[in-house]
Ligand binder design. Structure first.
Ligand code: COA
Length: 191
């Protein structure tokens, strides 16, 4: 794990590796998304119908932490004034199964709602992609078609649109298309 600081800490953002003690702030940030969904149905992350249990979240975090230690995930954690306010994660597809697809990673990102629009997302995304060099050859993600802000950010970092899952998310009484984006980092030329 090599993440230390961002290129451009705007508004006092620093970026560091994942720590075991990050479980509580990351969980709190995640649970806030469920609250946010009530007032902002546009929130661009698909969630479960109901909040997962504490035990499920412990299992999720332990699994993520294990993947980082095993070299199957990179996590860049954004910190402002000592508070964890965002994380960007890239996880290997099918870790540990020695698959022909294990050079691919899937990216996810979230910033605490009180800390958006001040450079945290940009900083953790940049750091995570830097950590991906030499570990993954292709990074993919999916983003709500309605999430123009996130799509613009990904395009700036070289992600290209590769397709759309129609009506992928069913939230309340509406469906949202999800766009797939990908970025080729490195690797031998295609034969
Ligand atoms: C999408 C998200 C990760 C971006 O993080 P952020 O910290 O808010 O973004 P940043 O402040 O680093 O801004 C990055 C870019 O996003 C765009 N942006 C930021 N705030 C914006 C706003 N209020 N309106 C429009 N565009 C905006 C700008 O292009 C900005 O570029 P700039 O740095 O040149 O201004 C964050 O808003 C978030 O967590 N949203 C909710 C969850 C989500 O949608 N996750 C993405 C799942 S695919």
């Amino acid at each position: 794990m090599s993440s230390v600081a961002t290129d451009a800490p705007r508004g006092g953002v620093t970026v560091r590796e994942l720590r075991w003690s990050d479980f509580d702030p990351i969980r709190e940030m995640y649970l806030l998304l469920y609250e946010e969904r009530e007032t902002n149905p546009e929130i661009g992350i698909h969630l479960f119908h109901a909040r997962p249990s504490y035990a499920d979240e412990v299992a999720w975090f332990a699994n993520l932490y294990r993947a980082v230690l095993a070299g199957d995930a990179v996590v860049s954690v954004g910190v402002v004034d000592g508070v964890v306010v965002g994380h960007c994660t890239v996880r290997r597809i099918e870790p540990g199964v020695n698959s022909e697809t294990d050079h691919n990673g899937v990216l996810g990102i979230v910033v605490h709602r009180e800390y958006r629009s001040r450079g945290v997302g940009r900083a953790i995304l940049a750091d995570a992609l830097r950590q991906c060099e030499g570990r993954f050859e292709v990074v993919r993600l999916s983003v709500f078609a309605t999430n123009r802000r996130a799509r613009k950010l990904y395009e700036e970092f070289g992600f290209v649109h590769v397709g759309t899952f129609p009506r992928h998310v069913h939230r309340g009484d509406r469906y949202v298309d999800e766009e797939l984006m990908a970025k080729v980092l490195s690797g031998p030329p295609n034969r």
